[in-house]
Design a protein around this ligand. Structure first.
Ligand SMILES: Cc1ncc(COP(=O)(O)O)c(C=O)c1O
Length: 433
């Protein structure tokens, strides 16, 4: 029975909170590979991967099969009762461990896994060092999810307003992106701690995105190496948030590999399954084994259908060399985007690596973020058949470009041609003002 897309949009608007609005008003009917179709049959080239989820492409047949097979058994739920699906996924994840004896906690969402990682580090700190070691250091403009702990760790003050009154020992230090924060030496980290009056032996852990999701911004390699060395020297645990950057997105399995560091905990989500809700905390067994049986679990964590999807996803990624493909097609994307950005003065910077980039849209005279222009460019792209999600990051003015990793070089060029059209149109609008 055909459904009128406008009816669907009206129902969503009627019942869902305002916060869920803001994406292009296109009803997703189906999605396959690097394309999304709306109800009228119009096809969009997808530069969003949903929200950096569909790494092996939308509707990957092997994943669909794994989901159907598990549902047909039927095994639609299991809690932490043992299942083959969980065991098979964990065996598949063995190659992704930081150390051979690491353990893995499977959960459902990225924010939930972030909360778990923070809890593991603070529990360890208080048990081994007492309450003095209370601080978790995180970064300005960082994003780790929307639940309380994850949001406290985040680095956007306005997003933390609802947490007023919570006396939380989280400290934000500058993130050395070289654009919004020109100072990129590790001294900025030390200086920020000193300014807060926090001694190294008071730090339980440091949590950092391997690249900042909001702007696809990487820290310099030397900075991250200095950070890892500082954590090791002072006994603070290093948590890498790979919810967005993991599973091939940057042309490596995990983006922390670009820095040549070994984190204590790695937090995964999104691309782990390319589809169903699953997340994980990977890391040191002494951290993961702190809680007695039954004391750390989650009703839907390691859900059998989600685990089956993730296992199939990892098998495809390994079999088809998806990570290597992302690195090579990413090179095409990077060069083309930089050329494009050079031509438009309202593109303040292009950050990214592999198959994730952000165009930082600014007011050319001041470099202030221009959220309105960014939103216009995104709507224009969608109207021209290129799917992008609404701008994110600092000032809500960054346009993220993050297609499924199976995209071909030709499809990258097709998408960038549409983007170029939208940027030219924006330049014309500037001229008309
Ligand atoms: C870097 C990072 N961490 C954590 C999260 C939270 O993940 P979720 O939305 O699955 O809770 C996100 C989501 O966008 C993210 O990008």
């Amino acid at each position: 029975m055909p459904v009128d897309p406008q009816d669907t949009l009206d129902v969503l608007e009627r019942f869902e909170p305002l916060s869920l609005q803001g994406q292009a008003p296109v009803v997703w009917e189906r999605a396959e590979g690097v394309y999304v179709w709306d109800a009228s049959g119009r096809r969009y080239l997808d530069f969003s991967a949903g929200v950096l989820v569909a790494n092996v492409g939308h509707g990957r047949p092997e994943i669909v099969e794994a989901v159907i097979e598990t549902a047909r058994k039927p095994l639609l739920f299991s809690y932490s009762f043992p299942t083959h699906e969980r065991a098979a996924l964990l065996k598949e994840m063995e190659t992704l461990l930081v150390r051979p004896d690491d353990k893995v906690m499977l959960l459902s969402t990225g924010a939930e896994a972030i909360e778990c990682a923070i809890k593991l580090v603070r529990t360890w700190a208080v048990r081994t060092h007492g309450e003095r070691r209370e601080y978790v250091v995180s970064f300005e403009r960082g994003f780790h999810g929307r639940t309380a702990g994850a949001q406290l760790a985040g680095g956007t003050p306005v997003l933390k307003e609802w947490l007023y009154g919570i006396d939380a020992p989280f400290i934000n230090v500058p993130f050395p992106d070289g654009f919004r924060t020109p100072e990129t030496s590790f001294d900025s980290f030390l200086g920020a701690l000193q300014a807060e009056g926090v001694e190294p032996d008071q730090v339980a852990g440091v949590i950092v995105e391997s690249y900042q999701g909001g702007g696809a911004s990487f820290a310099p390699v030397e900075y991250m190496r200095a950070l890892a060395a500082w954590c090791a020297e002072h006994g603070a645990k290093l948590i890498m948030d790979e919810v967005q950057s993991g599973f091939g997105r940057t042309g490596r399995w995990f983006a922390y590999e670009h820095y040549g560091i070994t984190p204590d905990l790695v937090v995964c989500g999104k691309g782990i399954s390319s589809s169903m809700p699953l997340s994980a905390v990977i890391g040191r067994r002494e951290l993961l084994d702190q809680f007695a049986p039954g004391a750390m679990s989650s009703t839907h964590g390691g859900h059998p259908v989600c685990c089956a999807a993730a296992r199939a996803n990892l098998e495809v990624m390994k079999r088809d060399g998806i990570v290597e493909h992302a690195a090579s097609v990413g090179g095409v994307m990077a060069t083309a985007l930089e050329e494009l950005a050079d031509r438009f003065d309202f593109v303040g910077a292009v950050h990214g690596k592999g198959l994730v980039y952000a165009l930082h849209i600014v007011r050319p005279d001041t470099d202030e973020p221009d959220a309105t222009a960014a939103a216009r460019i995104v709507s224009d792209c969608v109207a021209r058949g290129l799917m992008l999600f609404a701008p994110v990051g600092f000032g809500g003015a960054n346009i993220k470009i993050c297609p499924p990793l199976v995209i071909t070089a030709q499809e990258v060029r097709d998408g960038l041609e549409i983007l170029e059209g939208a940027l030219i149109r924006e330049e014309e609008r500037d001229g008309e003002r």
